[in-house]
Design a protein around this ligand. Structure first.
Ligand SMILES: CCCCCCC[C@@H](O)CC(=O)SCCNC(=O)CCNC(=O)[C@H](O)C(C)(C)COP(=O)(O)OP(=O)(O)OC[C@H]1O[C@@H](n2cnc3c(N)ncnc32)[C@H](O)[C@@H]1OP(=O)(O)O
Length: 272
C-alpha cells in the first residue's frame, strides 16, 4: 500500500507558529492586494486578510506514504475563523488525517487542524483540507462523502474579476509554500504541466479578497468561514472571476478563468 492508512485519526505533534506584521503584509501582496488595499498591505491601521487563517493554522505536512510528490495537488480547503486575526500573533495547531479515499484516478487525503491562540488558549481557527494524489487511487477503498452543493438557479448577485501577475507564484511562495510545482518548470513538467501552476491557496486568497470586499464590506471581523474545491489548475497571469450568490450570511461562490473553466467550485462562505 503506497499511502499510510495507519495515520487516520492519529493526532500529529502540536506545532507553534508565530507571525509578524511583515508576514501578513507579504501574504496580502502574494494574493494580489496592492495600493487599493493599503489596510492590508501597509502597517497603518493594519488588518489581516481572513484567508491568512489557513496559513496560520498549517502544521508541517506528515509523510503520507510513498508516492511522487509531483503528483500531489491541493484539492479542498475550508476554514472557520472565531475572531479577527491580529497583524502579528501566534497559534498552536494540532492536526489529524481524517480520511484516505479512493477516487479512482487518485487518492483524496483529508485533514483537520485546530489552532489555539498562544496568549489566550482559545480556539481561533478550525481548518479542513484535502490533497489529491494523482495515480494513487484504485486501492479498493471508500470513495468518501458526497456534497450536495448546487449553484442557485439564478444569475450570480455579483461577479468580480481580479488579474494575477505572471510572477504571482514567485511572490506567493515567500509566505511559506516552496513547493517547486509553482516555480520550477522541470518539476512542473514531471507533474504534466507546461509550466509551473499557481498555488491553490493563492487562488483561494484572491477569491477571499473578492468575497471580503463584495459581501463583507471589507471588514475581516465579519468573515467567519470559507470553503471550496480546487477543480482545475490556474497558471500565473490568468484572470480570475468570482461569481457570488449571497443569501443573508450564507454565501455561495465559484471562481473561473476567462475561458469559463471553473477553478474553485462548491464555494461557501459565512459572513456575519
Ligand atoms: C493545508 C493543506 C495544504 C496543501 C498544500 C499542497 C501543496 C500545494 O503547493 C499544491 C498546490 O497548491 S496544487 C494547485 C491547486 N490545486 C489544483 O490545481 C488542482 C486542481 N484540480 C484538478 O486538477 C483535478 O480536479 C484533480 C486532479 C484533483 C482531479 O481530477 P480527475 O483525476 O480528473 O478526477 P475527476 O474524474 O474529476 O474526479 C474523480 C473523483 O475525485 C473527486 N474529485 C475531483 N476533484 C476533486 C477535488 N478537487 N477535491 C475533492 N475531490 C475531488 C470527484 O468528485 C470524483 O469523486 P466521486 O466520483 O466520488 O465524486
Amino acid at each position: 500500500m503506497a499511502l499510510d492508512h495507519s495515520l487516520i485519526g492519529v493526532e500529529g505533534p502540536a506545532h507553534e507558529r508565530t507571525w509578524t506584521s511583515k508576514d501578513t503584509m507579504l501574504y496580502a501582496l502574494g494574493v494580489g492586494a496592492g495600493t487599493s488595499e493599503l489596510e492590508f498591505t501597509t502597517e497603518k491601521g493594519q488588518r489581516v486578510l481572513p484567508t491568512f487563517a489557513v496559513l496560520a493554522a498549517q502544521a508541517p505536512g506528515r509523510r503520507l506514504g510513498d508516492y511522487d510528490p509531483a503528483m500531489l495537488v491541493h484539492a479542498e480547503q475550508a476554514f472557520e475563523l472565531r475572531a479577527e486575526l491580529p497583524a502579528a500573533g501566534g497559534v498552536r495547531t494540532t492536526t489529524k488525517v481524517t480520511g484516505i479515499y479512493d477516487k479512482g484516478s487518485g487518492a483524496l487525503v483529508t485533514t483537520e487542524a485546530t489552532a489555539v491562540d498562544l496568549r489566550t488558549g482559545e480556539v481561533v481557527i478550525a481548518n479542513r483540507s484535502a490533497v489529491f494524489i494523482r495515480g494513487e487511487g484504485g486501492f479498493g477503498g471508500d470513495r468518501g462523502p458526497k456534497d450536495s452543493w448546487a449553484a442557485p438557479d439564478r444569475a450570480p448577485d455579483h461577479k468580480v474579476t481580479y488579474s494575477t501577475r505572471p510572477d504571482q507564484a514567485l511572490l506567493y511562495r515567500l509566505s511559506g509554500d516552496y513547493n517547486p510545482l509553482h516555480s520550477d518548470p522541470e518539476f512542473a513538467a514531471r507533474a504534466g504541466f507546461d509550466r509551473p501552476i499557481l498555488h491553490g491557496l493563492c487562488t483561494y486568497g484572491v477569491t477571499g479578497r473578492a468575497l471580503l470586499h463584495t459581501v463583507a464590506g471589507s471588514d475581516p471581523a465579519r468573515f467567519r468561514a470559507m470553503s471550496g474545491r480546487f477543480t482545475s489548475p490556474v497558471f500565473p497571469g490568468e484572470s480570475l472571476t468570482v461569481s457570488i450568490w449571497a443569501d443573508g450570511s450564507d454565501v455561495l461562490f465559484r471562481t473561473a478563468k476567462d475561458d469559463g473553466t471553473v477553478v474553485i467550485d462548491r464555494g461557501r462562505a459565512t459572513i456575519g
